[in-house]
Design a protein around this ligand. Structure first.
Ligand SMILES: Cc1cc2nc3c(=O)[nH]c(=O)nc-3n(C[C@H](O)[C@H](O)[C@H](O)COP(=O)(O)OP(=O)(O)OC[C@H]3O[C@@H](n4cnc5c(N)ncnc54)[C@H](O)[C@@H]3O)c2cc1C
Length: 451
């Protein structure tokens, strides 16, 4: 048990986590506080050193941290941020070391008091996995594929069936299964087969493509913390992120929409950045030396599986991470949402341990992370619907959100405190309601009206 363990007695015997991605690792860290044994099942054979792997194809792309992810991961795995910095992650002062350009262009360069690590996904996962595997009651079985859920009494989930290569299929019983198997989760199909009905889904067709590669900066820029995240300015659909990462390298990701993709040859890739809204990324990249191949990843849609809206939900299983909320990763929310869900799981299990209310576990878990999920969705929806290529339901207040967002942005140009609040909302550290403070609304509207 970790120093954060709060359950005086384990709730039950064994919990199983499907998937050893970031969500699975954070889920296991929480479960280890409450269950006597936690088994993580991962289909990939996991590398001994930080390395890309097949089951996490997004590993080659920029994984930006939001402030929320930093705070939540620290609560789940204390000390992890310093470990990442010690291993080479670059400490970035948001909106100061990283120059953020939104859909209206560059935003002010200011220290808003949020520190985040700029780190390659393989190093992040590797260090997190080391910490979770070191927990005495956690066992990780890699090279083992989950085949399906095992149905128990009253339509609950009683475990999973798995196969390790070269061996027969076997059943692993579990008092609780956390499904962190990513976008391709089998949980929706199982729920339907077992008579729970289809899982309602909220989707937005974003038609995004990501292309990324590592570059070595020229000698005079090594150790320079400068980073830039440049969203596309409509009607342009091209965006880009260049950031220093561990190993003294730059990681560059190009974002395109609606069938457009940055080329996967280095010359074409660098040339593509010439067409971005501002030349700063191009000017740097032309000086870089390519040190990895370029990888692409397409994301047709953002999806929020609304398990919380189902009339019935079984005991014994919960979804987490991309299996639950897979939004447009352009806004860097994936790890934050998974971490928020892990914290909701912790709160739920704590209540169960104290009050023995296992029957309400799903309702408690879903409501504990609802507001964070909803804010993440709203950020994506408000930003993505500004691009003509995005298809999906338009919220009734979309124009008002844009109008208010522009007014706040204008005020933030002039006022560092409002700027900080605005960035804290984007980093999921504060609820959007903080920007509706009457004094802020009045001042932003006065600026918007030109008075
Ligand atoms: C291109 C891209 C860029 C991203 N950028 C960011 C970013 O900047 N910031 C951010 O916070 N988030 C980002 N994300 C999201 C982030 O990667 C995920 O949200 C986060 O890692 C949580 O993912 P997960 O663990 O739920 O799923 P995944 O990372 O998909 O992991 C699922 C795991 O389950 C395993 N698995 C699947 N099926 C089985 C099975 N049947 N049996 C056993 N194991 C199985 C897989 O091998 C894998 O290890 C990005 C995502 C993408 C696609």
């Amino acid at each position: 048990m970790t120093s954060h363990a709060r359950a005086s007695q384990p709730i039950c015997g064994q919990a199983v986590v499907v998937g050893a991605g970031m969500a699975g690792l954070m889920a296991a860290a929480v479960l280890a506080e409450f269950f006597s044994k936690v088994v993580i099942i991962e289909r990939d054979t996991l590398p001994d050193t930080p390395a890309l792997r097949k089951g996490v194809p997004q590993g080659a792309h920029v994984h930006t941290f939001l402030g929320y992810a930093v705070e939540a991961m620290e609560k789940l795995i204390p000390g992890i941020m310093e470990e990442l910095y010690g291993a080479g992650a670059v400490r970035i002062r948001r909106n100061h070391d990283i120059w953020f350009h939104d859909a209206d262009g560059p935003t002010p360069i200011r220290d808003v008091g949020i520190l985040t690590p700029s780190v390659t996904r393989p190093l992040l996962e590797h260090r997190t996995r080391e910490r979770v595997e070191a927990l005495a009651n956690v066992k990780l079985s890699d090279g083992t594929r989950m085949l399906g859920f095992e149905t128990g009494a009253g339509g609950s989930v009683a475990g999973i069936s798995v196969r390790t290569s070269g061996a027969d299929a076997e059943t692993i019983p579990a008092d609780l299964v956390i499904d962190c198997s990513g976008r391709g989760s089998r949980l929706p199909a199982w729920l339907e087969d077992e008579g729970y009905g289809p899982v309602p889904e909220q989707t937005l067709d974003i038609a995004m493509s990501y292309t990324s590669g590592l570059f070595r900066p020229p000698a005079e820029l090594r150790g320079d913390k400068w980073a830039c995240l440049m969203l596309a300015i409509p009607p342009s659909l091209r965006a880009s992120y260049l950031t220093p990462v561990d190993g003294g390298l730059w990681l560059a990701t190009m974002y395109a929409r609606a069938g457009d993709t940055a080329p996967r040859d280095h010359e074409g890739f660098v040339e593509w950045t010439r067409g971005l809204a501002h030349p700063c990324i191009h000017e740097r990249l032309v000086q870089g030396e390519p040190v990895s191949k370029l990888s692409s990843y397409n994301i047709p849609k953002g999806t929020w599986r609304r398990f919380d809206r189902m009339e019935r939900f079984p005991l014994g299983v919960l979804p987490m991470g991309e299996a639950f909320t897979s939004f447009n990763p352009m806004y860097g929310q994936g790890i934050s949402l998974a971490a928020g869900q892990a914290l909701s799981l912790r709160g739920t299990l704590q209540r169960c341990a104290e009050a023995g209310s296992e029957g309400r576990i799903a309702a408690s878990y879903f409501s504990g992370c609802h507001d964070l999920n909803a804010t993440g969705w709203s950020v994506m929806e408000t930003r993505d619907l500004a691009y003509s290529s995005t298809k999906g339901p338009r919220p009734a207040d979309l124009e008002e959100r844009w109008r208010f967002g522009r007014a706040i942005r204008d005020l933030a140009e002039q006022d560092g405190e409002v700027h900080t609040l605005m960035v804290r909302v984007t980093h999921l550290l504060d609820p959007p309601a903080v920007l509706r403070d009457p004094a802020i609304v009045k001042r932003s509207e006065a600026i918007a009206a030109g008075t």
